[in-house]
Write a protein that binds this ligand. Structure first.
Ligand code: SAM
Length: 267
């Protein structure tokens, strides 16, 4: 079966449409807004880069707030949806948004930003601790002195060796505006305990209104990241942790917390 270098591909217009329909949570945006309010005078505007920006779920509301926002997204289909949302907001907002279509790991994020956002479980897109650590290093390079970094991931508790291997789990499913049905599923194949890497099968099935079915299958990989790993990389790459939250409501992190959300400052 074909290998994909990351966890899974989002590069399909229907998949992007289903993602947008399903992933409508805004509590992380509310938390980011509260944190932004702490870094400047009330109402101050910032330059922000969001790698893994997807369909603009986080980026668009921040641009509406008046910030200058750059999104970096590998999947053209996801970026196209973000671009359409921005275009619908008019020229003034559009002028504050730049959307780059590229691999985040290639660097070239730009420089001098006030804030880098690695939100929405971004590290679970990546196959290794090295790739995740590289994002922290790139964030440091992209920030102005004293700039801030927001990192939000599930806190891995070490239990993926006991996953239900071989069992298909539907991640996204539905019918798009043109009547085509899509189902994006994941099957955990094996967990490599030495490197902490899950090997998984992705299945993307589509069926047109005329009944034409297509299935794409490939193998992806992801490294589940822990709070301790992220904290270590932040300290190793020139950040001080200002606050650490255990959920998107902004409650403090404790070891049983489901999430590990860092608000760090470039020292
Ligand atoms: C789960 S979505 C999250 C999108 C957005 N941050 C949000 O919270 O709604 C993850 C996105 O990261 C993108 N992505 C994954 N690996 C990437 C990489 N190496 N470089 C750029 N984008 C990547 C995927 O294409 C996908 O659109």
């Amino acid at each position: 079966m074909e290998e994909y270098p990351y966890s899974g591909s989002y590069d399909d217009p229907l998949l992007a449409e289903l993602y947008d329909r399903e992933e409508t949570y805004t509590d992380d945006v509310a938390l980011i807004r509260k944190l932004i309010a702490l870094i400047g005078d009330a109402g101050s505007l910032n330059t922000i880069v969001e790698p893994f920006s997807g369909t603009g779920r986080i980026l668009v509301p921040l641009a509406q707030d008046g910030h200058h926002v750059t999104g970096i997204e590998m999947a053209p289909a996801m970026n196209a949806r973000a671009a359409a949302k921005v275009a619908a907001l008019g020229d003034e907002v559009q002028a504050r948004v730049a959307l780059k279509t590229q691999d985040v790991l290639d660097g070239d994020w730009g420089a001098g930003y006030d804030l880098v956002i690695l939100g929405g479980n971004a590290f679970y897109e990546l196959p290794s601790a090295e790739a995740q650590e590289r994002c922290i290093r790139l964030a440091h390079e992209a920030l102005a002195p004293g700039g801030h970094l927001f990192v939000d991931n599930n806190d891995y508790k070490g239990d993926w060796g006991r996953l239900a291997f071989g069992k298909e789990h539907v991640v996204l499913e539905g019918t798009g505006a043109d009547g085509t049905y899509g189902r994006y599923a994941l099957t955990s194949l094996r967990f490599d305990e030495d490197f902490g890497v899950l090997h998984l099968k992705r299945t993307w099935l589509t069926r047109t209104p005329a009944g034409v079915e297509q299935t794409i299958e490939y193998v992806g990989r992801k490294h589940p990241v822990s709070a301790g790993e992220v904290e270590g990389w932040l300290r190793a790459h020139g950040f001080s942790v200002v606050q650490m939250f255990g959920d998107r409501q902004g409650n403090p992190y404790t070891p049983p917390s489901e999430r590990a959300i860092f608000w760090a400052r470039k020292t």
